[in-house]
Design a protein around this ligand. Structure first.
Ligand SMILES: Cc1ncc(COP(=O)(O)O)c(C=O)c1O
Length: 406
C-alpha cells in the first residue's frame, strides 16, 4: 500500500538533497570523557574521534553535573522513570509542582507551568490565547516552534503580521494597523535568536505594547521565548528580560534543555493565565509531563543558578564568550556583535563554511555550519557555542584551528 507514497517521499527527499537542505546522517556520541591535560570534557564519536563540543546548548556545563545526576536518580528511585499518565489523570508528582513554584519565583511572577519541551510550550500556549478577533505579530526570524505554533493555532494570513528582524519601526506600524481591526493583539518574539546570538529589544516591545494597548478592547499581550537567553545571559541569568530591564513582558517561555542542562520547557506568567492554560492547552492536557527525575534535576540546576556558584558560572561564561569573540575578530573573521555565548562566525559562502566545519571536525572541534536557507543568503555562518565548562586551552585551541582552516 505504501509503495506509491514511497515514490512521492523519495522525490521530496531528493529535492531536499538537491537544495542542500538535508540534515543527513547524525553524529552518534558514544561516550563523554572527563577533563584532561588542560582541556575540558570531550565527546567521543564514531571512529573513536575525541572532540571539544562547541555545538552544545549546555551553556553552564550542567548537563554532566553529578549533583543533577544524583537528583534525577533519587527522584527516579522514588517516583519511577516516567509519570505513567498525563497531569490531570495521575501524572502530577511533587517535583513537577515544586519546579513550577521555583520557576515562578525565579522570575518573580505569579505562576509557572511545565511542558515537555519549549517547542511544546510555544505550540501549547498560542492557540488558547488566539481567537477570531486576535492579530498575531511576529519577528521574521522567530524559532520554528513559534512558526508551527501560529500555524497550529489556525491564524490566517490576514490575522498575522510579520515584521523584519528586530525592526521596531515596523513593529509599531503592525500594531497601528492591527488596532484598526482587532480586539486583541499578541506580539511574539524570540529573546535570543539562536542563529545569530543577538536579542530582541524587549524594553521597546513592552513599551510599545503599553503605549498602544488601550487601542485594543482586550489589550496587547507580549510573549517572549527566551530558550537561549535564560541561564545564559543577564547578571543573574534571567535572560533578555533582565538584560533589557523589560519587566513589562507578559508571558515568558523557555527550555530546561539548554542552560539548565536537562530537558523540558515551561511558561511563566500570571496565575489566571496559567489556570486557563492548564484547562485549555492540549499540549499540556493530553501529553505526559517530563519525568519526576528530570524535574528534580532541573530543580537542582535552578538551585545552582541562584547560588553564588551560579553567579560565578555566568561571569565565567561571559568572560569566555568575550575572549572567544575577540579572538575570532583578531584572526580577521567576522562575527555578529553581542555578548551571548552563541558566537556566529560569519563566512558568507556556503561551500567555504561547510569546508571549514569539516576541517575543524578533523582537528577535533565540533561546530555547525549554518547555510542558506537556514540563514539568509550571503550570511553562511559557523555557529560556535561557548560553555562555562570550556577551558582556556579549549578556546585557544579552537581559535588556533579557526586560523588554520580559514
Ligand atoms: C528559541 C527556541 N525555542 C524553542 C526551542 C526548542 O527547545 P526544546 O528543545 O525545549 O523544545 C529552541 C531550540 O532550539 C529555540 O532555540
Amino acid at each position: 500500500m505504501v509503495n506509491r507514497l514511497k515514490s512521492v517521499l523519495t522525490e521530496k527527499l531528493d529535492n531536499l538533497k538537491r537544495e542542500a537542505r538535508l540534515k543527513g546522517e547524525e553524529k552518534i556520541i558514544l561516550d563523554i570523557l572527563p577533563p584532561a591535560n588542560g582541556f575540558g570534557r570531550k565527546i567521543v564519536t564514531e571512529g573513536n574521534k575525541n572532540l571539544i563540543n562547541f555545538a552544545s546548548n549546555s551553556y553552564l556545563g550542567l548537563s554532566n553535573d553529578q549533583r543533577l545526576i544524583k537528583a534525577e536518580h533519587e527522584a527516579a528511585l522514588k517516583f519511577g522513570v516516567g509519570p505513567g499518565a498525563v497531569r490531570f489523570i495521575s501524572g502530577t508528582q511533587q517535583p513537577h509542582l515544586l519546579l513550577e513554584k521555583k520557576i515562578a519565583a525565579f522570575f518573580n511572577r505569579e505562576a509557572a507551568m511545565i511542558y515537555n519541551s519549549a517547542y511544546a510550550a510555544n505550540c501549547g500556549i498560542i492557540a488558547p490565547l488566539v481567537d477570531e478577533n486576535t492579530i498575531l505579530i511576529s519577528d521574521e526570524l522567530n524559532h520554528n516552534s513559534i512558526i508551527s505554533a501560529i500555524r497550529l493555532a489556525g491564524v490566517s494570513r490576514a490575522r498575522k503580521s510579520i515584521y523584519s528582524h528586530c525592526n521596531m519601526k515596523e513593529l509599531e506600524k503592525c500594531i497601528k494597523e492591527a488596532s484598526e481591526n482587532a480586539k486583541r493583539a499578541i506580539i511574539i518574539t524570540d529573546g535570543i535568536f539562536s542563529m545569530r546570538g543577538d536579542y530582541a529589544p524587549l524594553n521597546i516591545i513592552a513599551e510599545l505594547a503599553d503605549r498602544y494597548g488601550a487601542k485594543f478592547e482586550q489589550g496587547i499581550i507580549t510573549i517572549v521565548d527566551d530558550s537561549h537567553g535564560i541561564g545564559a545571559i543577564g547578571n543573574t541569568g534571567r535572560g533578555v528580560v533582565e538584560v533589557c530591564r523589560a519587566d513589562g513582558i507578559d508571558i515568558i517561555t523557555g527550555t530546561l534543555g539548554k542552560a539548565f542542562g536537562v530537558d523540558g520547557g515551561f511558561v511563566v506568567t500570571d496565575k489566571l493565565i496559567v489556570e486557563y492554560l492548564r484547562e485549555t492547552s492540549p499540549f499540556y492536557i493530553y501529553s505526559n509531563p517530563i519525568a519526576a527525575g528530570t524535574a528534580s534535576a532541573s530543580l537542582k540546576a535552578l538551585e545552582i543558578l541562584e547560588s553564588d556558584e551560579g553567579l560565578e558560572l555566568l561571569a565565567a561564561l561571559r568572560e569566555k564568550s568575550e575572549y572567544f569573540r575577540k579572538g575570532i575578530e583578531k584572526i580577521g573573521l567576522k562575527t555578529i556583535e553581542g555578548s551571548h555565548p552563541i558566537v556566529p562566525v560569519v563566512i558568507g559562502d556556503p561551500l567555504k563554511a561547510k569546508r571549514m566545519a569539516i576541517e575543524l571536525y578533523g582537528k577535533g572541534i565540533l561546530v555547525i555550519a549554518l547555510t542558506f536557507p537556514v540563514v539568509p543568503k550571503g550570511q553562511d555562518t559557523i555557529r560556535v557555542q561557548i560553555s562555562a565548562s570550556h577551558t582556556r586551552k579549549d578556546l585557544d585551541y579552537a581559535l588556533e584551528s579557526f586560523k588554520e582552516v580559514s
